[in-house]
Ligand binder design. Structure first.
Ligand code: IMP
Ligand code: MG
Length: 184
């Protein structure tokens, strides 16, 4: 697997330091609230697991899975909910995302959750690629802004692989010489 990496963009230690920083901010922000952490599967799983463990206040955890169709390196904007969360009414929902790229997924989720009347709705994303934005959305908290490059690791996949890398890296070009599949 490591042979497929061109270079490391964000080392594991840097990610963990950022997770600690974000968990502190979130624990403070939600201390008098009814925090419900929503992990967006599958990409946000490692980030959410690390973040959740460092949150020091009472919090519930749920999962949501959204499929977007199109080429495996970009979002099409057509979304389908594969797994939904439980009742969010009156809860302070914090969506945990791996990356905001075109923003189409985030725009869909903000809209979807708003209609279900949570007490509040915020988003924390590990990565942000602002140069690729198609929808005018922003996460409330972002770990790292990255350039317009396809990245893998720490939850992010190419064709369902590389999610288990502890760092964020750029794959070698030969990795793309594989057929497209549906992305999550
Ligand atoms: P968006 O709807 O374009 O903002 O894309 C959101 C989803 O696309 C993310 O949750 C990822 O699953 C995927 N994605 C976007 N950029 C990358 C990348 O560089 N590597 C891996 N997956 C990505
Ligand atoms: Mg993906």
């Amino acid at each position: 697997m490591l042979a497929d990496i061109e270079r490391v963009l964000i080392p594991a230690e840097q990610i963990q330091a950022k997770v600690t920083e974000l968990a502190k901010i979130i624990s403070e922000e939600y201390k008098d609230k009814n925090l419900m952490v929503v992990c967006i599967l599958k990409g946000a799983m490692p980030f959410c697991a690390d973040l959740f463990r460092q949150i020091t206040i009472k919090a519930s955890l749920d999962f949501m899975s959204i499929s977007s169709y199109g080429a495996s390196t970009q979002s099409s904007g057509v979304h389908r909910i594969m797994k939904d969360v439980g009742d969010v009414f009156g809860k302070d929902v914090l969506i945990v995302e791996d990356i905001v790229d075109t923003g189409l997924t985030l725009a869909f989720m903000r809209d979807y959750f708003a209609r279900r009347q949570p007490n509040s709705l915020k988003v924390v994303a590990l990565l942000d690629k602002p140069s690729r934005r198609k929808a005018d959305v922003k996460a409330d908290w972002t770990g790292f802004e990255i350039p317009d490059e396809f990245v893998i690791g720490y939850g992010l996949d190419y064709a369902e692989h590389y999610r288990n890398l502890p760092f964020i890296g750029v794959p070698k070009p030969h990795v793309y010489e594989k057929p497209d599949i549906e992305e999550n």
